[in-house]
Design a protein around this ligand. Structure first.
Ligand SMILES: CC(C)(COP(=O)(O)OP(=O)(O)OC[C@H]1O[C@@H](n2cnc3c(N)ncnc32)[C@H](O)[C@@H]1OP(=O)(O)O)[C@@H](O)C(=O)NCCC(=O)NCCS
Length: 177
């Protein structure tokens, strides 16, 4: 029998975070076609094709949710506006990353989603430590992480950005449950 695992759902004042579905791929592809998003992430390719979006959704649905969990972020009355993902690198701590579609920037969506996701990670997923890094030229993401309770570790790593095709100084932060 094929069991479809729906995955966790997180609800905040304006947002619902849920497992990506294949019918989300078109909207994900539209937002991620924006270089302003891709260049601030480590792994997102650019240009970003519909096949990239389909592959992303398929990988999210196949995740081992003990270690990795990715959500689309739905804003009330708007539908999907972004993505938030927790992943565990082979050699490191649980890490969080996110992006919000450009039309929705500056409305507190990333902050609300990050706070909601961390509350869920602590209470339901039983995680105690989450790390995050933002490129040094992305202070808005640093502010989101500060507002959600992360602290700077003082460590600056050089992380590859697929979209930029080079490594970028990355300010590392940590959140403790
Ligand atoms: C960074 C990003 C997630 C922010 O999303 P958002 O929903 O607009 O964020 P919010 O509205 O919740 O919060 C943005 C915060 O950054 C602040 N900010 C915006 N531009 C800033 C800048 N140039 N310098 C410092 N702070 C800035 C805002 O004032 C706000 O902080 P405040 O609530 O204390 O006033 C979004 O721009 C994005 O997806 N960017 C591309 C992908 C990306 O950067 N992902 C994160 C990788 S680490």
């Amino acid at each position: 029998m094929c069991v479809i695992e729906k995955g966790p759902i997180i609800e905040t004042r304006r947002l619902t975070l849920r497992t990506p579905r294949i019918d989300d791929a078109a909207r994900i592809g539209e937002f991620c076609g924006d270089y302003a998003i891709a260049k601030m992430t480590t792994r997102m390719p650019w240009p970003y094709s519909r096949a990239d979006a389909d592959g992303f959704v398929a990988r999210c649905q196949a995740q081992d949710r003990r270690h990795d969990t990715t959500f689309v972020i739905e804003l009330e009355d708007e539908g999907v506006v972004g993505v938030m993902g927790f992943f565990t690198p082979a050699d490191g701590h649980l890490e969080v990353g996110y992006w919000i579609g450009r039309p929705y920037w500056g409305r507190g969506v990333a902050t609300e989603a990050t706070r909601g996701a961390l509350a869920w990670a602590r209470s339901d997923w039983r995680k105690k430590v989450v790390v995050a890094g933002h490129f040094a030229d992305n202070p808005a993401s640093g502010q989101v992480l500060i507002n959600a309770g992360f602290l700077y570790t003082g460590v600056v790593e050089h992380k590859a950005s697929a979209a930029r095709g080079e490594s970028v100084p990355t300010r590392m932060m940590v959140w403790l449950a």
